[in-house]
Write a protein that binds this ligand. Structure first.
Ligand code: NAD
Ligand code: UDP
Ligand code: UDP
Length: 311
């Protein structure tokens, strides 16, 4: 199988590269290194079934492949708000180009969509039939709305051109290789804790998220690609925590004495988020296996090693 992974040098993409290279696929990793790094894929460079292409998905490209995992897009608020117009171009034009490619070579294509398509949800937990509550003109819109349009493009290429599509709606995912500076809550808390700094809680910390460990997510993504299911599929961990509870878990793992610091809540920050994974359970036989405490410990070990390297 010849597999193209766009955004393959990023956090999720590099773990997917690892899995598919190990499985013996011919993996082409395409990335423009906006938020991804050479370090994430350095260990793969000498593998005979791994190839890297530096390219921006907003530009057309012709490649011959059987499958496309389309992940290229900045994912954290700091990065997708850095150049919001570029984020829209990446999500919309990038998906259009990958769909054009998939149509031309008759490849199956999977879009990495997001729980953000549900916005600040009025339905809880969120299942795939919920249409969401998204602000079209806020500071998160460049990401949320362009992912919604990317999903629309996927469905229309399917209906109009019979492209074989899969759509995964990824909920907050964490693990080794998370970008240190991307401002996500798990990486912020763990790096702060390992440096002995106060944990920064935005708002009162009563907002909720559900955190999925990277290995579970990648397993769900591969199962969805290999399934027959057309249409959106939630993949995430349904164990829901407030940000205060997450801070407590990090403190008890690293240093119970660590102070917390309350900062203002960013605008449009969703109040609660938790996936209904009934569809993934039924159709993929998938559910997460790594509990938050275990996943945080594995992630902290990676971050500690990275800090030692830079020391
Ligand atoms: P990441 O920032 O680590 O990875 C994104 C990758 O895409 C990076 O390697 C980046 O360099 C690359 N990229 C960005 N713009 C590009 C462009 N124009 N051309 C080529 N490459 C480009 O983020 P991640 O967490 O690994 O996210 C991967 C995908 O999963 C994204 O599409 C994101 O929207 C989606 N997702 C992630 C999460 C999460 O919790 N991490 C949640 C929901 C959805
Ligand atoms: N495209 C691409 N690689 C391909 C085939 C198409 O990047 O192998 C791009 C193409 O340049 C276009 C987009 O995908 O911008 C949509 O292609 P499609 O054939 O659906 O539409 P059209 O080219 O007719 O606009
Ligand atoms: N958050 C926080 N402290 C931080 C970073 C984030 O309290 O240092 C909060 C943020 O306001 C949000 C939640 O944690 O409510 C998850 O933020 P993240 O950026 O990781 O993911 P997203 O908001 O995209 O789900």
């Amino acid at each position: 199988m010849r597999v193209l992974i766009t955004g393959g040098a990023g956090f999720i993409g590099s773990h997917l590269c690892d899995r598919l290279v190990k499985a013996g696929d011919e993996v082409i990793c395409l990335d423009n290194y906006f938020t991804g790094t050479r370090t994430n894929i350095a260990h793969l460079r000498d593998c005979p079934n791994f190839e890297f292409i530096r390219h921006d998905v907003t530009e057309p490209i012709r490649l011959e492949v059987d499958r496309v995992y389309h992940l290229a897009c900045p994912a954290s608020p700091i990065h997708y708000q850095y150049n919001p117009v570029k984020t829209v171009k990446t999500s919309v034009l990038g998906t259009l180009n990958m769909l054009g490619l998939a149509k031309r070579v008759k490849a199956r294509i999977l879009l990495a969509s997001t729980s953000e398509v549900y916005g600040d949800p009025l339905v809880h937990p969120q299942n795939e039939d919920y249409w969401g509550n998204v602000n079209p003109v806020g500071i998160r819109s460049c990401y949320d709305e362009s992912k919604r349009l990317a999903e629309t493009l996927m469905m229309d290429y399917h209906r109009q051109n019979h492209v074989d599509i899969r759509i995964i709606r990824i909920f907050n995912t964490y693990g080794p290789r998370m970008n240190e500076g991307d401002g996500r809550v798990v990486s912020n808390f763990l790096f702060q804790a390992l440096r002995g700094e106060a944990l920064t809680i935005y708002g009162e910390g009563k907002q909720t998220r559900s955190f999925c460990y990277i290995d579970d997510l990648v397993e769900g993504m591969i199962r969805l690609m290999n399934s027959d299911y057309i249409g959106p599929m939630n993949v995430g961990n349904p164990d829901e925590f407030t940000i205060l509870e997450l801070a407590d878990q990090v403190r008890s793992l690293i240093d119970p004495q660590l102070p917390v610091l309350f900062n203002p809540l960013p605008s449009d920050d969703p109040r609660q988020r938790c996936p209904d994974i009934g569809r993934a359970r039924r159709i993929l036989g998938w559910q997460p296996t790594v509990a938050l405490g275990e996943g945080l410990a594995r992630t902290a070990a990676d971050f500690r090693a990275r800090l030692m390297q830079h020391a």
